[in-house]
Write a protein that binds this ligand. Structure first.
Ligand code: FMN
Length: 205
């Protein structure tokens, strides 16, 4: 399993705390790689890189450094695909996801790497058969029945992205609201932790 940890908070991250409860309930036999998105090196997709990508796709000559940088991106995508499943723990930022997580998505979501498409518009996700858990923390409540649900571009975006690359077995655990009285937040965190443990037990069977 690959854990994509998208909170930059060193301590007291709500999403990471719930992820910890999930991993504590997983059997030791299930190996977990942890990717701390705020400290890991991520290639940047600047103008030269994007132009180079189109040139590579069209079989045009490209400078060696662009070739090797795209090979490095291919390696990040491949190490992502080398896992059987993904646990994404993330805060909501301005209704969406933090930009480091978006950068990771942009880096690995490349034709021929995590999906294939053709001129007729057919798309084949190359992560098919894998499973995912989204642990989505937010200060305000964004559960399906909450009034703000329509503004959720955090878990819904991640569900759409995972579906695009072929992951259809996706569970979502909304952690929130994380803003409130200490007692209320404690109760919400405790309930989210219990749900995470329940999901982990299910993953064992
Ligand atoms: C830059 C920034 C933007 C945020 N935007 C939202 C938001 O749009 N909606 C919301 O409910 N909470 C928002 N929050 C609050 C976090 O989602 C919330 O505190 C969450 O529990 C943090 O998770 P973490 O502790 O794992 O980082 C924002 C926090 C930050 C730092």
């Amino acid at each position: 399993m690959l854990h994509l940890d998208a909170s930059p908070r060193a301590n007291r991250s709500r999403s990471r705390d719930v992820a910890r409860r999930f991993f504590a309930a997983l059997p030791d036999a299930i190996g977990v790689t942890r990717a701390e998105l705020w400290s890991m090196e991520l290639p940047s997709l600047d103008g030269g890189m994007i132009e180079g990508r189109y040139d590579l796709l069209h079989g045009n000559p490209v400078p060696d450094n662009v070739k090797s940088e795209w090979a490095a991106i291919g390696a990040v995508a491949q190490s992502f695909l080398d896992h059987d499943g993904f646990i994404i723990s993330t805060p909501m930022w301005n209704f969406g996801i933090p930009y480091r997580l978006k950068q990771f998505v942009d880096v690995v979501t490349q034709p021929g790497m995590t999906f294939r498409n053709d001129a007729a518009g057919n798309v084949e996700g190359l992560a098919a058969g894998k499973r995912a858990l989204i642990i989505a923390a937010s200060a305000m409540p964004f559960g399906e029945d909450d009034a703000l649900a329509g503004l959720d571009f955090q878990s819904r975006y991640l569900q759409a992205w995972l579906g695009f690359i072929g992951v259809t077995d996706v569970e979502t655990l909304n952690v929130g609201p994380t803003f409130g009285t200490e007692d209320d937040v404690l109760e919400i965190m405790s309930a989210a932790g219990e749900r995470a443990e329940g999901i982990a037990r299910n993953w064992q069977s």
